[in-house]
Design a protein around this ligand. Structure first.
Ligand code: ZN
Length: 345
């Protein structure tokens, strides 16, 4: 199995002035997890090059990109919003994170790689077309998807976002696009505030934006319920040509930026489910892009679990009955989008 990994020490040169949860040590934890899983040594290491302005503009506005690169100019440090810092290394890191994401997506899509993991910083899914947000400047996964679509490599893509925060950027960038199915399971209410079940796309994209806004306290059985009754049927019906995953690990029960209760094993379960549907509908094309995950031990362990999920290891589904609260949220989301999906539910 050929695994592609995007990593570059430049990603650790993006540093906040003071202690910040989105810290360079996160990547050490990820690399440690990839090594412990036995994936790092065997992997094809993709040396990321900077994304071009044209590539960034598949999802970002040209004026935003111009202003961002004027501000994040490789010499200064500062903040783009109260959460989103930049330092001298941030320009190179952000451009190579997006560039690496594009290259990995293309090589997985071409089946040169079986699957891929982009261990990149800064993360991306909060960055909207015209603003930085929530530690994110450029929406790496959305840019990768945008390039696959723009270059006609793919006609239909799915983005599954299990980061505990709603991917407001990805939602916004594909909100009216019928060729991108965006599915997010996240904590709500929580940062950034968006992500209700009723936010289901617009125009031709109605029904292709799917939000599962769980309250804090949901765990493995509620996520499994969402996967079995919603995520997997949608992916089977949509038949994407590639599944891209916004892989944040901050819904882990040890993470301090959320109140979710996922175990480490849940990441193996979710990965395996997505891998299996990818094998059925899109020749196994699946790629992962690091988003959040702030408790370093939990992050590292969850990366091992993800790698285990991509292997043919025995897998136990979470046992138990989902809470009525969790079940109702999944029901609400199904209720919101079912009219757009021709009776699959
Ligand atoms: Zn997050």
């Amino acid at each position: 199995m050929t695994v592609g990994i995007v990593y570059d020490s430049i990603f650790k040169k993006h540093v906040a002035r003071f202690d910040h949860p989105e810290c360079p040590e996160r990547l050490d934890a990820v690399v440690n997890g990839l090594k412990r899983a036995g994936v790092w040594e065997e992997a094809t290491h993709i040396v990321p090059v900077e994304a071009t302005v044209m590539e960034l503009c598949t999802v970002h506005e040209a004026l935003y990109v111009e202003r961002l690169l004027q501000t994040v100019d490789g010499s200064r440090r500062g903040n783009l919003d109260p959460d989103t810092f930049f330092s001298a290394g941030s320009r190179d890191a952000a451009l190579r994170a997006a560039g690496g994401a594009i290259e990995m997506a293309k090589r997985v899509h071409d089946r040169e790689l079986d699957w891929g993991f982009a261990a990149v910083r800064p993360p991306g899914h909060h960055a909207e077309s015209n603003r930085a947000c929530g530690f994110c400047m450029l929406n790496n996964i959305a840019i990768a998807a945008g390039v696959l679509l723009e270059q006609k490599m793919a006609a239909r893509l799915a983005i599954v976002d299990w980061d505990v925060h709603h991917g407001n950027g990805t939602q916004q960038q594909f909100y009216s696009n019928p060729d991108v199915l965006y599915i997010s399971i996240h904590q709500w209410p929580h940062f950034p505030g968006s992500g209700l079940s009723t936010e289901m796309g617009t125009g031709e994209g109605v029904g292709k934006n799917v939000n599962v806004p769980f309250p804090p306290g949901m765990g493995d059985v509620e996520y499994a319920d969402a996967f079995e009754r919603l995520v997997l049927p949608l992916l089977h019906a949509f038949r994407p040509e590639h599944i891209l995953v916004s892989a944040g690990f901050d819904a882990h029960r040890l993470d301090f930026l959320s109140g979710m209760r996922l175990s480490t094993e849940a990441y193996q379960y979710m990965t395996r489910q997505l891998k299996e549907v990818a094998q059925r509908v899109c020749d196994g094309r699946i790629s992962f892009y690091l988003e959040g995950g702030y408790q370093l031990n939990a992050l590292s362990d969850a990366i091992v679990a993800l790698c285990d999920g991509m292997r043919a290891l025995p897998l136990a589904s979470p046992q138990g009955t989902p809470s009525s609260t969790g079940k109702k949220i999944v029901d609400d989301t199904i209720g919101a989008i079912s009219a757009s999906w021709g009776g699959i539910f």
